[in-house]
Write a protein that binds this ligand. Structure first.
Ligand code: NAD
Length: 288
């Protein structure tokens, strides 16, 4: 159906194109791009996300190196590993699966990761570049959403947009991406009063809260574009988003499904970031 924004198909298409480009570099003698994937502990969702990232690397022609570390790892050991990966010329991207255990200083980790290898785009440097309208490596989920909207030729310039959720990983970078695309942006969070007042006025709503059925169609403006970032599990273990799909579907002009919407787009954005980080090295001629 036309109004469903199919992130799965688009993501596969992007990954296939990356694969083809990488093969061209390989043919002329360059090594393959390499992504280091760091997982700390064995959180069930994190294990699944990391597995999907390794699979996507394989499909893209990117070598993925798994660093599966125990939950008990300390700050210093993790910092030393990142330092080593920063210095390794054969590593193009470093991906740290979040959340990290509470005893790990996440901010410190993000600060020391080399900005050119920060393929998740979450380091203060890359977030700062995005804020200043000179993005380099852009956070994957918001980049994936912008790519999805643009590939469907949805013109968002000047739209009244609402981001629900203000996390460092999704909500904040999303608001910066929308601003960069010429939208008027409102961002709301757990302390916002009267959520429905904001939702009813929005032409484009992006929901990243982490609660099943958080938004129903009754407060959605007719014809709004609705993007569901949530990944939640119901009592049957099925994956559900943050919106009540059926009721929102009836009111919206475009909508993302869960699964098959934003999730795959996040992964193809990661592949894209890894590829551009690699390509930059090729252009600087220090990759062979
Ligand atoms: P988070 O838990 O870090 O942040 C949740 C945000 O929701 C906070 O800013 C909080 O203030 C806000 N919030 C909570 N209750 C609210 C309320 N009643 N009204 C308004 N705002 C409220 O979450 P996150 O990392 O942004 O993740 C959110 C969801 O998105 C989760 O389900 C997560 O699994 C999913 N996620 C999906 C992807 C993807 O690729 N599809 C990527 C990252 C996160």
């Amino acid at each position: 159906m036309k109004k469903i924004l199919d992130g799965k198909n688009l993501s596969n298409y992007i990954i296939y194109n990356i694969y083809k480009k990488i093969q061209k570099y390989k043919k002329i003698g360059y090594r393959l791009p390499t992504l280091a994937v760091i997982l700390v502990g064995n959180n069930k969702s994190s294990l699944l996300y990391v597995k999907r990232k390794h699979i996507a690397c394989k499909a893209s022609g990117i070598i993925s190196l798994a660093y599966n570390l125990p939950y008990s790892i300390n700050n210093n050991t993790l910092l030393k590993l990142i330092d080593k990966l920063n210095k390794d010329n054969k590593i193009d991207g470093i991906l740290i699966q979040f959340p990290l255990p509470l005893h790990i200083n996440t901010n410190k980790i993000l600060e020391i990761i080399s900005p050119e290898k920060d393929v998740d785009g979450l380091s203060p440097y890359n977030i700062g570049r995005l804020c200043q309208r000179i993005p380099l490596l852009r956070p994957c989920t918001s980049l994936g959403i912008i790519t999805l909207l643009s590939k469907y030729k949805i013109n968002i310039l000047g739209l009244n947009t609402l981001v629900i959720g203000a996390s460092n990983i999704v909500g904040r970078p999303m608001s910066m991406e929308l601003l960069l695309s010429g939208c008027t942006v409102t961002i709301i969070h757990r302390f916002t009063k009267n959520l429905s007042y904001y939702v009813k006025k929005a032409d484009l709503v992006i929901v990243s809260v982490g609660k099943i059925n958080f938004i129903y169609g009754n407060i959605i403006k007719y014809g709004a574009i609705v993007i569901d970032v949530g990944i939640n599990y119901n009592y049957n273990g099925d994956i559900k988003g943050d919106i009540n799909f059926n009721s929102v579907y009836n009111k919206s002009s475009y909508i993302t499904p869960v699964p098959g919407g934003v999730g795959p787009m996040t992964i193809s954005a990661l592949m894209y970031n890894t590829f551009i980080s690699y390509k930059k090295k090729i252009n600087n001629n220090y990759i062979l």
